[in-house]
Design a binder for this molecule. Structure first.
Ligand SMILES: [Zn+2]
Length: 446
């Protein structure tokens, strides 16, 4: 394998609190040297002056819709992984709401195999808590984790039955894995399409009460008190969830939570005029909720940023709001959206934001022991080179994802990955050398 030298970038490693200008040498898939001084070598190099050299970004919440025996192929592991590296992500964890669901060893192993075959981002499956995600029969959690599942979740649905949830938490603790909960009490959200309130009433849409999220989250944290499993609350949308998570962390529970780009930047107003691109689960909430989630991040209560990348074909959005599919794509526009919400929003600086995209999600998903989410001599050379100020306009038509369902279309943003390196190989690089010099809008996956 050839060497690669990254020269003159701002090297940020949140795990070790490294933040200085210098060179990074990659050799045989691992980081051979990190130096504040220029490294002399005739290896091929990337000029990173003005750029950030970060550990490869992790997104522990994506939907790749694969396997899919329905024939819809809204995404595949290969197209999803291409979207990941184009967005700067070197590792993703894909959710089990597939057909069939990820509830047996064979499916876990096939996703690991096909992720490796795609040869782009590292792809780790998240396996089911219950068989076929039906919320009834507990899945063989120990076996699924042993087969390589990074986490356990029925994402798309919460585990409604408290007894079942308690058994799952016990098994997750025994497996030293993590449960990722989609917090939604289904008895409160029948027929719900958007945040409950005056706007839903005016649009004639079923309202999704905020309590649906808090109730399940609080219940889980009560159940987990005597168990102490690692527990992760997905895509938090309401202020009360931040309070619930804070309470559990103060108690000493190993509980974490994540925020998504859309819940940091958009409110229910985006659903006005029956804009189906803004239909998402959990729904967009109020400005007060957006502020509370940002405060939760500033306080260190929410430690992970995750996209909930959810591709859908156009026809499932090009319909009436009540019938439209939930979700939006996120991998290829997340980085600048986080920048807008958190850095431009005065909540975090670059090292603190990158922490939420590198070592923190690696720790939650149990991937830190592989050396992922950090820059370390001798560790895997998963590196994202970021132009923090690149100005561009979000256009889903050029996404590598098959999904075009994005409510941020046409939004001017700043910041993007210019090179994504996985195990020492450049898996994505923006056309041209410099992102600020008339880069074409077409990106190449190598
Ligand atoms: Zn979910």
């Amino acid at each position: 394998m050839t060497d690669l030298l990254l020269t003159g970038g701002r090297i940020i490693d949140p795990a070790s609190e490294l933040d200085h200008t210098g060179d990074v040498l990659v050799r045989d898939g691992v980081i051979a040297a990190i130096s504040a001084e220029p490294i002399a070598t005739d290896a091929p190099s990337i000029d990173c002056e003005g750029f950030i050299v970060s550990p490869g970004l992790l997104d522990i919440h994506v939907h790749f819709r694969d396997p899919d025996t329905t024939g819809h192929h809204e995404e595949t592991i290969a197209t999803g992984a291409a979207a990941a590296v184009a967005g700067g992500f070197t590792t993703v964890c894909c959710m089990p709401n597939t057909t069939p669901a990820i509830d047996c060893r064979t499916v876990v192993e096939s996703i690991l195999y096909r992720g490796a075959q795609a040869g782009l981002a590292r792809v780790f499956p998240v396996a089911c808590g219950t068989i076929a995600r039906k919320g009834e029969t507990v899945a063989p959690i120990l076996e699924l984790v042993e087969a390589g599942a990074a986490a356990i979740s029925d994402d798309g649905d919460g585990i409604a039955d408290s007894g079942t949830m308690k058994r799952i938490l016990s098994l997750v603790a025994a497996a030293d894995s993590v449960f990722m909960q989609h917090c939604q009490d289904p008895t409160l959200t029948r027929g719900a399409a958007m945040n409950a309130g005056p706007l839903a009433t005016r649009l004639g849409l079923g309202g999704w009460p905020r309590e649906a999220e808090e109730i399940m989250l609080r219940r889980d944290l009560v159940l987990n008190r005597s168990i102490g499993a690692r527990y992760h609350a997905q895509h938090l949308s309401v202020a009360e969830s931040v309070d619930a998570l804070r309470d559990a962390r103060v108690e000493g529970q190993p509980a974490t939570g994540e925020a998504s780009p859309h819940h940091l930047l958009l409110t229910e107003e985006t659903c006005d005029d029956w804009n189906t691109l803004a239909k998402v689960n959990p729904p967009l909430r109020t400005a007060n909720d957006v502020d509370a989630i940002k405060r939760g991040i500033a306080e260190g209560i929410i430690t992970v940023l995750a996209t909930d990348h959810a591709p859908h074909p156009a026809h499932t959005k090009d319909t009436d709001f009540a019938s439209a599919a939930f979700g939006m794509v996120g991998l290829e526009c997340a980085l600048p959206l986080y920048r807008e919400a958190l850095i431009d929003g005065g909540v975090l600086d670059w090292p603190a934001m990158l922490r939420m995209m590198t070592c923190e999600p690696a720790s939650v998903a149990g991937l830190a022991h592989l050396g992922l989410g950090r820059l370390e001599t001798g560790g895997p050379a998963d590196i994202t080179v970021i132009d923090p100020d690149a100005a561009w306009t979000i256009d889903p038509e050029v996404f590598h994802s098959r999904g075009r369902n994005c409510p941020f279309t046409g939004r001017p943003v700043r910041g993007r990955a210019v090179a994504t390196i996985v195990a020492g190989r450049i898996r994505y690089q923006r056309a041209g050398d410099r992102a600020d010099s008339a880069i074409e809008d077409r990106a190449e996956v190598r």
